[in-house]
Ligand binder design. Structure first.
Ligand code: NAP
Length: 264
């Protein structure tokens, strides 16, 4: 059962293409007004016009470079002050490829600014206001490389592990305050992210590539089922539960007054 309040406006970052644009379409279809954020105003306006005509919802466009502190502060302020906003889809992100040694410092900075700093600041702003009003939904887009860092670029994978960790802690902080947190871990999804980062998705085994509509529909189904962590392509939910169980088993021994016998 859908549990998003249909009256809430959804703020979607990175809505001008790929996963964010599909979230915009699906949430408009559910009756949400939208606030679409990305840098490319023209693309946002074209999407907004189509969604308003098709679904009769109100769609506002906010052109912002979330890697720029002044633009980020503007979006953050909007989240803190606009009481109509009840859903944050924290989606904008970029990828890198190649080894860490070969990565240019400015590319590292840009990825960290967008995938980590902006995501954290927006999640914090939403957490503050949603917990004050006692309702709201925060959807953070991570990646399966959060669980399989050896598969891909170090900075990108680490940024997505950060988003997973942030979301797990945030869920604990907000679950008794009427605020739902979901973190989505897509596998390879056919979007522009590959060409933008200099990769060719046609070089990836097609069995590993999901179409973006199917990915977002699965993520929204996970949201409706109140999942904290949604891995759209994972066939058996019990495999994730086993992973969490193994992690939890470490818990009592992660901080003790003496070192383990093998280190003495
Ligand atoms: P995409 O098609 O390249 O979309 C990225 C979106 O982020 C665009 O709307 C882009 O719009 C926006 N964006 C980029 N830089 C920005 C900036 N500085 N400020 C504001 N907006 C910015 O890629 P996507 O695959 O949909 O990616 C969406 C999210 O899914 C990302 O967080 C990505 O890491 C994650 N993800 C993707 C995959 C995959 O295989 N595609 C897998 C796992 C996770 P503008 O250029 O207009 O700003």
């Amino acid at each position: 059962m859908p549990n998003l309040s249909a009256t809430a406006t959804a703020l979607i970052t990175g809505a001008s293409s790929g996963i964010g644009a599909v979230y915009a379409e699906r949430l408009a279809a559910r009756g949400h007004d939208l606030l679409l954020v990305a840098r490319n105003r023209q693309r946002l306006e074209a999407l907004a016009a189509g969604l308003m005509t098709k679904y009769g919802v109100n769609v506002e466009v906010l052109s912002a470079d979330l890697g720029e502190p002044a633009d980020l502060a503007q979006v953050e302020q909007r989240l803190r002050s606009d009481e109509a906003i009840g859903v944050l889809v924290n989606n904008a992100g970029i990828a890198l490829h190649g080894t860490l040694a070969d990565t240019k410092p400015e590319h590292i900075d840009a990825l960290v600014a967008l995938n980590i700093v902006a995501v954290t600041r927006l999640a914090s702003a939403a957490a503050m206001r949603f917990s004050n009003t006692g309702r709201g939904t925060i959807i953070n887009i991570a990646s399966v490389v959060a669980l399989a860092p050896e598969m891909f670029n170090a900075v990108y994978s680490a940024s997505k592990a950060y988003v997973l960790s942030l979301s797990q802690t945030l869920h604990g902080e907000l679950k008794d305050k009427g605020v739902q947190v979901q973190v989505v871990l897509p596998g390879v999804t056919r979007t522009e992210i590959f060409e933008r980062s200099g990769l060719d998705v046609t070089q990836i085994d097609p069995q590993m590539v999901m179409e973006v509509g199917e990915m977002v529909d699965a993520a929204l189904s996970g949201l409706d089922q109140k999942e904290l962590v949604t891995i759209p392509s994972l066939p058996q939910a019990m495999d994730w539960q086993a992973y969490i169980k193994a992690r939890d088993a470490l818990g009592p021994n992660l901080s003790r007054s003496s070192a383990a016998a093998r280190y003495k």
